[in-house]
Design a protein around this ligand. Sequence first.
Ligand code: PEP
Length: 249
Amino acid sequence: MRRKLAAGNWKMHGLAADLPEVDQLAALYPAAPVDIVLCPPAPLIDRMAARVATGVIALGGQTCHPAIKGAHTGDISAQMLADAGARYVILGHSERRADHRETDTIVRAQARAAIEAGLVAIICLGETEAERDAGRTLEVVTAQLAGSLPDRATGDTCVVAYEPVWAIGTGRVPSPDQIAEVHGALRRALTGHLGADTAEAIRLLYGGSVKPDNAAGIFAIPDVDGALVGGASLKAADFAAIIDALAAS
Ligand code: PEP
């Protein structure tokens, strides 16, 4: 049985003044109805860690370098994220793939480093609008999965997030059939790579404009084990509504 997971990606949003949002969220969840993760900008991780000490809300980074340490100015290692209090890290987000040219090969190396550091890797993939229009969605996402998934992927070390690029931050969401088609294809591909037992244990998140008002519909789709949420994770009330919808699904 896969535990449901609501993960919030704060992207490059969040200052000390926003930390009370985390206090509000923590106050709402003295116990965990589902797994809850917040991935703030790296400078906020250890300050957030002090505010979520019960462990109900886990923290995550938004990327990591494939190396443990070294001469990589401006980069952050998985070990540093773990040391700051993170238990997860988002990898291969389409914004990282586009802005920082993170390829599948790099994402796989990052995922290996994350697992080595004891983090859960949330591996993101998804098609662009042009790729969907060209009928290439399943080909694209299964190739990304094959290229990004580390050999040691298990239900405890990896989560896969399907995030159509055209749905991120746009207010547009694929139809339930479109999401179900992709998640079904990803589950079959995972089975091909890892065998049925391991594939069944890996959580598949949907991400892209998940909001309080559409969350319940998305969580009713087969093979959706939770969500990776951007904008709606910044405010405790919005994220809580999504968490509650997931817990009720
Ligand atoms: C994301 O950044 O992963 C995301 C899904 O963003 P949004 O929810 O704002 O579309």
